[in-house]
Design a protein around this ligand. Sequence first.
Ligand code: LLP
Length: 424
Amino acid sequence: MSTSEGHLIFDGCDTVELAREYGTPLYVVSEATIRARIAEIKSAFLEKRPGSRAAFASKAFQTLDMCRIAASEGLYLDVVSGGEIHAALRAGFDPARMYFHGNAKTERELHMALELGVGRVVVDNLDELRALNGIALGIGKRQPILFRITPGVDSHTHQYIDTGRIDSKFGIPLDPSVRGEYIGAALGMGGVELKGFHFHVGSQLLENDSHLKAVAIAIGFIAEVKRDFGFEATELNLGGGFGVRYTEADRPKGLAYYTDAMCDAVDALCREKCLAVPSLAIEPGRWIVGEAGITLYGVASVKEIPGIRSYVAVDGGMTDNPRPALYGAKYEAVLANKQGLPAAGKYTIAGKCCETGDIIARDIALPAPEPGDILAVFATGAYNYTMASNYNRTPRPALVMTNAGKRRLSVRRESYDDLIAREI
Ligand code: LLP
């Protein structure tokens, strides 16, 4: 949608005005879209399956405002560090509703989680299990845990975000020669209470086959653990990873495409193996926030290399969105102040960092760009704000939240003094 002056409208707000008011680069995140996604989680999953849970994966987009939105909607929270726990607490998020993940949790973080009463620690390895048990016994607590398992599923996504394969740094291996050690140890410890299992097969998955393979492996594993140890899991966390639309090549389906199929598979497999059906949880991050965000940049310069390429250089780049440089991620972009004008050619959007690979999008069609134009990049709501850096002493952008035509500053822009605030 655009205004009569050809300005891009996002969640009822004129993006050119937002850029003028708050400066660029600017993250703009729609609370309305986030709440609509959460409404779909409720109708597609939570309401269909009483006793189930949905946790928002903080790593995708954690701000105090986002924690408050998640809390107000009754979501649980996936946290993966002391920093994420601290921020969520500051936002008033109930620690009992947190799942604490991570493959290298420190003693300090485990202490913090136990003292605060974090609801579930998702244990990744034996050393963590022993440390957790020791701390829990020391303070007289029994910590409910899930084991993260590595289902050994090859999910067809970028190898850096494919987390479920057998050769993975995440989770306990399901190899029969070692798995007994983990289960036996946990069941014999007074400081932990094993509730069940968790898997996460990968991220930005547009098909459900990896999730379904992992469900079959997890339920098979639960049955074997019941047979060998007499322990029957009461909880199974199915992770996140549901894909979103970045470019027109991506064809995401609704959440029910994944959750209906997984729920049906869990029910059928439990029936077949005579297991009580565990309560299910999902942990989406990107699916809730990815399409809820855009980034606005100011065009700094336009450079044509005759017969080769035209570059449009903008005032941000890999510091606010490292995903193209890290994963070869693709994005779509438009000139927010020139909506409705015909394309003048194909342009490559270059970031401002001293890195050849700092390219936000390649060869996209735009109306003739000029310095001072506003470029809007779509679907930057996930893994942008949380993965931003200060490379080249670049202050991180401000973040504005919109809601059906209303807007508010949610995170202020970093200042140059912020950049040196910790230096002595
Ligand atoms: N649960 C666990 C245990 C996870 O490790 C992750 C993501 C999620 C849930 C949420 O996944 P999602 O629903 O957002 O796909 N930085 C990468 C993505 C890394 C994902 C890591 N784990 C990117 O920008 O694509």
